[in-house]
Write a protein that binds this ligand. Structure first.
Ligand SMILES: [Zn+2]
Length: 423
C-alpha cells in the first residue's frame, strides 16, 4: 500500500475483435504490422502504458480458418500485450484449440466467468495484477453470457459462461485491498456493458470488445469509464487515466482512438515477415479469381447474396443466414477466393430440411405467401440449425435439418464462379 494517497497516471492501450485480420483491409486500414507500428510508437518513452486485448483474436481470415487460429496467436505475440481475455470466436475451433491459444500467448489470458463442471475456471487465472508506474492494476477477464448461443455444445462441451456481473464483482471486491485500480477486460454485449456501468461500482474502468463498432466517445457514469474501439485492427485505443490511489478510481481521463493505417506509418518489419510467412501458406489456395463485382456490397446485401447462393446451389425454396454470420464487405472489382473466405471464415455447413408452410419461421418468409400444408425446402447453416431459437436466428424450435449441402464457403465459391459478374 502506498503510505499516502496520491494521484498516479496510467495509460491503457487497447484493441478488441482483431479477428485474424493480419493483413490490411481492402481500404488499406488495419493489418497486424501497421498495428504493431502504432502500438510501438505509443509505447516509446511511455512509462505508464499497458496494452490489453478484449477477445476475438481469431476467426476472420484464411490463415485462421486453415490453421485453426494458432498462427494468429503466434503473430500477436509480437504486439506486446500485457493481458487479454477470450472472445466467443476464440472457441470457434473448439475448446481444446482455445487452450492451445492460452499456452501459445506470451501474455496472460484471463477470464473470471468461463467455467466447467464444478465451477473450475477455463483460464489459469480469472485476473492478473499488472504493476505499472507504481500502481497495482487488476485486470479481470469476462465473457458474455450469450456464449452458449454464439457457440455450439460440440465446441464447448462442459465449458460455459456464468453470470458475468456476479463473477467480476466478486473478484473486484476480493482485489480491493490488494490493488490500486480494478479494470474489467470484457468480451461482452451492449446490455452487459450497461449493467456493469450501472451496477458494478467496484469496477471503475471497463475495456470491452465483442461489438465491432467502436465508440465515438468514451461512456462514463458516476466517475466510471468504458471504452471500446472498432474491430479488425482499424484503431488502437489510448485511455489516459489519473488514478487516485485512495479512491482506487480515476479522477480524470482522456480517451483517443488512433487510426491504424499502413500508408501513414511504416509497418513493423518483424511482424510483416511473420504475416507474410503464414500468408504464403494459404495464398495459392485463396488468391484465385472467382468473379468481378460491379459495386461495393455491404454485409446486409451480402446476406441476401449468400441466401440466393444457398437456394441456387441446393435447390431450396428458402434460405436463411444470420446477419452476424456475414463477416466482411465485398469490394468493387476483382473478387478472389480470399474475399469469400473473409465474408465466410467459418467452417459452417449448409443443411436443409422439408417443412410445411405453416412451420416455416417468419424471418424466413418475409412477405412471401406460402400454403400452410404444402412442403417447402429450407436451407440454413448448421450453426443456425443448432441455435435456431436465438433472436438473431430463426426463433424456431425443433426444426430438423437432415440434408447436408456441403461446406457453406465452398457453396459460395462455386456460386460466385458460376455467376462471374456480381451486380
Ligand atoms: Zn465476440
Amino acid at each position: 500500500m502506498p503510505l499516502v494517497a496520491e494521484v498516479r497516471s496510467l495509460t491503457i492501450l487497447h484493441t478488441n475483435d482483431l479477428h485474424a485480420r493480419v493483413t490490411a483491409l481492402d481500404d488499406g486500414r488495419g493489418g497486424f504490422a501497421a498495428l504493431a507500428a502504432v502500438i510501438r510508437k505509443q509505447r516509446v518513452q511511455c512509462s505508464d502504458c499497458v496494452l490489453l486485448n478484449a477477445g476475438d483474436l481469431v476467426q476472420g481470415s484464411p490463415i485462421s480458418t486453415v490453421f485453426h487460429g494458432l498462427p494468429v496467436f503466434e503473430i500477436a505475440n509480437l504486439l506486446g500485450f500485457d493481458a487479454a481475455t477470450l472472445g466467443n470466436h476464440d472457441f470457434d475451433y473448439g475448446w481444446i484449440e482455445a487452450r492451445k491459444f492460452i499456452h501459445t500467448a506470451n501474455y496472460p489470458i484471463v477470464s473470471g466467468n468461463l467455467v466447467g463442471a464444478g465451477g473450475r475456471l477455463f483460464t489459469p487465472k480469472p485476473y492478473v495484477i499488472l504493476r505499472v508506474n507504481g500502481l497495482r492494476v487488476a485486470v479481470i477477464g469476462a465473457m458474455t453470457e450469450e456464449l452458449s448461443t454464439l457457440s455450439t455444445p460440440k465446441l464447448m462441451e462442459e465449458w460455459h459462461a456464468v453470470s458475468v456481473i456476479e463473477a467480476a464483482r466478486k473478484y473486484a471486491a476480493a482485489l480491493h485491498d490488494r490493488t490500486d485500480l480494478v479494470v474489467l477486460l470484457g468480451h461482452i454485449n451492449h446490455v452487459e456493458e450497461d449493467r456493469f456501468l450501472s451496477q458494478a461500482t467496484e469496477i471503475p474502468v471497463l475495456v470491452t470488445g465483442h461489438i465491432h463498432g467502436g465508440l465515438e466517445h468514451e461512456v462514463s457514469r458516476n466517475g466510471r469509464v468504458l471504452v471500446r474501439v472498432r474491430g479488425y485492427g482499424e484503431e488502437l485505443g489510448r485511455l489516459e487515466l489519473a488514478v487516485d490511489t485512495e479512491k482506487k478510481a480515476p479522477v480524470s481521463w482522456t480517451w483517443k482512438r488512433l487510426p491504424v493505417d499502413g500508408r501513414e506509418i511504416e509497418p513493423a518489419g518483424d511482424v510483416a515477415v511473420q504475416v507474410n510467412r503464414w500468408e504464403d501458406e494459404v495464398s495459392k489456395q485463396v488468391d484465385q479469381p472467382v468473379a468481378v463485382s460491379l459495386r461495393h456490397f455491404e454485409p446486409s446485401e451480402i446476406k441476401r447474396l449468400i441466401e440466393q447462393a444457398m437456394r441456387d446451389e441446393t435447390g431450396a425454396d428458402f434460405a436463411f443466414i444470420n446477419q452476424g454470420g456475414v463477416r466482411d464487405i465485398l469490394p468493387r472489382g476483382q473478387l478472389l477466393v480470399r474475399h469469400i473466405w473473409n465474408i465466410m471464415p467459418f467452417d459452417n455447413r449448409v443443411v436443409f430440411g422439408k417443412f410445411k408452410g405453416r412451420d416455416l419461421p417468419l424471418v424466413v418468409l418475409g412477405d412471401q405467401k406460402v400454403h400452410p400444408e404444402r412442403e417447402y425446402t429450407l436451407a440454413v447453416s448448421d450453426f443456425t440449425a443448432a441455435n435456431q431459437s436465438a433472436n438473431e436466428q430463426l426463433r424456431s424450435s425443433g426444426l430438423r435439418f437432415s440434408g447436408d449441402g456441403g461446406l457453406l464457403r465452398d457453396v459460395l465459391v462455386n456460386w460466385f464462379r458460376k455467376k462471374g459478374v456480381i451486380e
